[in-house]
Ligand binder design. Structure first.
Ligand code: AMP
Ligand code: GLY
Length: 409
């Protein structure tokens, strides 16, 4: 976002940022609102664009309401669409948004959930209610797996909590992300994440190992079905419940044989979807954000660049386990072809001033091509040049076989 907004003509500071983002301020946390306020006042900042969900769920928008600093991102109440799976499922149901069937339980009703999971032959998805950094969802394929998921849920969370059992859906997943003022939405290109660690969608779930856009099979017919069954009812719901919602709205969708179904909302851009969507966006993001805040989104057109964008994540070996070593020097960035974008995620400078790894998803390299295959070949060729100890790259980003979709939705 900092890269795009800078190209759009804004002067951008990033709190906290990292070693690859100009004007980063690692000493300021994104949830320390008084520190953010002091920073904005000292630097004449008039607009805050929120990246991750935590500051939104903690109420950054509410904190600045009434001040002359504007925030692009929903209020704490709006952020509940992402921060509570139970609440967002109820919202979907109240407003007729197409989604999986589900059953809600409290932690004192685990036995009822176990019985339901057995009745459904273990073909269920167990979802912890709160924010869990991608670790609160268990997709099960047998009764044993479902019971193990419920055991794990019980062990992970002490005290009182809520969770959902959902019917397990099948079909390709896509990410549809828009900019909304709560009344209208302007959609960016359809994109696809690759959440599992290993090629062929195997292994544990991660924050996302790579993404591409646009998605060839997500044509006008598919998009029309998504609008009718998911996007439009969501907007009606936001209006009916009088949410003052502005910001990014992310629809995580599965294209099932029965039509598109919503898996989840996020109230932010996806990562690594953002790294391909923003280079693909020809329009000014700054103008889109200002139009949203000024109530002129209706008159604003979103233009996309031609061709395809593919982003591959360079991850630390051991990710997504709870612990893995970091602090390894990163080399080869200066060898990259000038057309490759390198977006840092978890980098810092060590005491010697070297660029080193500082987390799981270290950076995303993004390549462009006329066709998806060209972009894939280009980015993987270039990715070989960037190295650090135990670097891991999933090898099949943008290479899933094209699915056959039902035509009778
Ligand atoms: P969520 O955080 O709700 O998007 O869930 C994380 C991942 O779990 C999704 O990207 C899907 O791959 C999978 N998932 C979630 N809900 C379902 C469902 N009802 N059926 C099948 N897979 C699901
Ligand atoms: N890429 C999925 C997410 O950001 O939640």
């Amino acid at each position: 976002m900092a890269w795009k907004l800078t190209r759009d003509g804004a002067t951008v500071h990033v709190l906290p940022g990292n070693a690859g983002i100009p004007n980063s301020h690692p000493e300021i946390s994104a949830t320390d609102f008084p520190a953010i306020q002091s920073f904005c006042e000292a630097n004449g900042v008039k607009l805050i664009v929120v990246g991750p969900e935590a500051p939104l769920a903690a109420g950054v928008t509410d904190y600045f309401t009434g001040s002359d600093i504007r925030v692009f991102g929903p209020s704490r109440a709006g952020a509940t669409l992402e921060s509570s799976k139970v609440w967002s499922k109820d919202f979907m149901r109240r407003h007729g948004v197409a989604t999986a069937m589900s059953w809600q339980y409290r932690s004192d009703k685990l036995d009822e959930a176990r019985a339901k999971a057995t009745e459904l032959d273990g073909q269920v998805v167990v979802k912890y209610d709160g924010l869990a950094a991608g670790k609160g969802v268990y997709v099960c394929s047998s009764i044993d797996e479902a019971q193990a998921a419920l055991d794990d849920l019980q062990q992970q969370h002490t005290g009182w909590f809520s969770f959902l059992l959902e019917e397990k859906l099948t079909g390709p997943e896509i990410s549809i992300i828009g900019v909304t003022d709560g009344n209208r939405v302007r959609l960016l290109a359809p994109s696809q994440d690759h959440k599992q660690l290993l090629a062929g969608d195997q292994g544990p779930n991660t924050g996302g190992m790579g993404a591409y856009c646009p998605v060839p099979f997500c044509d006008d017919n598919v998009l029309a079905a998504i609008r009718t069954s998911i996007v439009d009812p969501t907007l009606s719901g936001l209006q009916n419940e009088q949410f003052d919602f502005n910001g990014f709205l992310y629809f995580g969708i599965m294209l099932t044989p029965q039509g598109p179904k919503l898996l989840e909302y996020n109230v932010r851009l996806g990562d690594p979807e953002a790294e391909v969507l923003l280079p693909a966006l020809e329009s000014s993001l700054l103008e889109l954000i200002e139009a949203t805040l000024n109530g002129t989104l209706q008159q604003t057109v979103v233009r996309q660049r031609r061709g395809c964008y593919v982003g591959v994540v360079l991850a630390s070996g051991g990710y997504p386990a709870a612990q893995f070593p970091t602090g390894f020097p990163i080399t080869g960035l200066d060898q990259l072809h000038p057309s490759i974008l390198a977006f840092h995620g978890a980098t810092k400078r060590n005491a010697e001033g070297e660029l080193v790894t500082s987390g799981g998803r270290v950076m995303v390299l993004v390549g462009h091509g006329e066709e998806l295959e060209d972009a894939v070949a280009h980015v993987y060729r270039e990715a070989e040049k960037v190295t650090f100890q135990d670097v891991y790259i999933r090898t099949d980003i943008g290479q899933r076989p094209e699915p056959t979709l039902a035509s009778n939705w």
